[in-house]
Design a protein around this ligand. Structure first.
Ligand SMILES: Cc1ncc(COP(=O)(O)O)c(C=O)c1O
Length: 409
């Protein structure tokens, strides 16, 4: 029965009857409507979606604690959470973020430098708007994060890909090409998508060069909370002595993406320009959720949740690497540090990873092709596999389907 339900949903997705983000009926509602037990429905819902990028283990989120904190704030005298707020964000929240970043990421800042955003995508968008003029040159990692590309393109910037190798973005290449550049976008803690960490030498080269040339560095630290083998690597921002780094972070991975809360740490000189841009864009982020998250952090739930998820994702990564070795060890090569919520599995050169991804979707799994992260013709092909939101059973089943998508059996 679960198979029939699963096939029905899969068909509806392929035929376009169901759109991305569209709500499916609740398991209870559907069970009542079909007059069946909830078990096959739960199984069918659990069955699809292995390897979706950027999806945390939502079923492990402490929703009870969260709901209590939401209720607590919703009952408070309304002025604080219902009236207009500050474009930079709710002050107690910015103070909690500044403390957290100082303690955990080695970021050096005051709360006055924190701008709360609607996720890090808005931070990239605001950076593009404030820092770039049309035709300005921006260096991006190649392969790199398509969301950053989109944000910088809207400002009419010239995007210049810089190759990444095992030490991260090739800074010597930037210095060699030398020409006048307005900004550099990097993911030094865990390069997106390849999962490598920028070496200490490269970090210093990049910072020195940015100070000499007056270039802005946009540091996207999107999933640095999750490192499994080694100690966390401190941020570039903490090493910057010339106020060139704009640091971007998000709660999408450590909390949940629909919260739409992120932040930037701005050099002091940029605060008023960014604050004005935020005011013009959408004024400020919802105060209720900023206040709730402040308590979630202050009362220790945040640190506890991250600790638990770190263990869980470490296990999920291990399951994925095992499943790949057992089922596809001769076809896929896993690369990247033991960190984050995704890994890249390279396919043999010449494989059409977009075609593999399309076949995989038809089998109910979502695996993003690596080639879509290249601005220029792709040098490597492979799959970007998110493991945060998939349990070991889904992971093993997903790799079996991926094998069928690659080999046809
Ligand atoms: C490298 C990177 N930066 C930023 C984001 C954006 O996250 P959000 O806008 O949800 O904060 C993502 C999401 O997957 C990401 O992978």
């Amino acid at each position: 029965m679960y198979r029939q339900l699963y096939d029905w949903f899969r068909r509806a997705i392929i035929d376009g009857q169901m759109r991305p983000g569209q709500r499916v009926p609740s398991t209870r509602g559907l069970a009542a409507e079909l007059k069946v037990s909830r078990i096959p429905i739960l199984n069918a819902y659990e069955h699809s979606g292995a390897f979706r990028m950027s999806l945390p283990a939502l079923e492990h989120f402490p929703i009870g604690v969260w709901a209590k904190l939401v209720a607590r704030h919703a009952r408070r005298p309304p002025k604080g959470i219902m009236a207009y707020g500050d474009a930079m964000g709710y002050l107690p929240f910015r103070e909690a973020i500044a403390e957290y970043l100082g303690a955990v990421r080695g970021v050096r800042c005051q709360s006055s430098q924190i701008l709360v955003t609607t996720g890090s995508q808005q931070a990239l968008q605001l950076s593009a708007q404030v820092l770039l003029d049309p035709k300005d040159r921006v260096w991006l990692e190649e392969p790199g994060y398509p969301g950053a590309r989109q944000a910088f393109m809207t400002a009419g910037a010239q995007l210049i890909p810089v190759p990444v190798d095992h030490d991260g973005m090739n800074i010597k290449e930037i210095i060699r090409r030398g020409s006048d550049v307005r900004a550099v976008y990097v993911t030094p803690s865990h390069q997106y998508p390849m999962g490598l960490t920028m070496s200490a030498t490269r970090r210093m080269l990049l910072l020195n060069w940015a100070a000499r040339s007056g270039t802005w560095i946009i540091e996207d630290d999107y999933d640095s909370e999750y490192r499994f083998g080694s100690r966390p690597i401190a941020s570039l921002q903490g090493l910057d002595t010339d106020a060139r780094v704009i640091y971007v972070g998000t709660f999408s991975k450590v909390m949940f993406p629909a919260l739409r809360l992120g932040y930037m740490v701005l050099p002091k000189d940029l605060v008023s320009a960014f604050s004005a841009a935020r005011e013009a864009a959408d004024i400020f982020s919802s105060t209720l959720y900023q206040a709730v998250l402040t308590d979630f952090i202050r009362e220790g739930h945040f640190a506890r949740h991250i600790r638990r998820m770190r263990m869980l994702y470490m296990e999920r990564r291990r399951s994925l690497v095992n499943a790949i070795q057992i089922q596809m060890g001769d076809t896929l090569e896993v690369i990247g540090a033991e960190a984050g919520m995704h890994l890249v599995a390279l396919l043999p050169p010449g494989t059409d990873d977009v075609a593999v991804s399309m076949k995989a979707v038809q089998m109910g799994i979502s695996a993003m092709p690596l080639s879509t992260c290249y601005l220029e013709p792709p040098k490597r092909c492979g799959m970007i596999l998110g493991y945060g939101g998939a349990n070991p059973r889904q992971i093993h089943d997903g790799i079996r389907k991926l094998r069928m998508s690659v080999r046809g059996h």
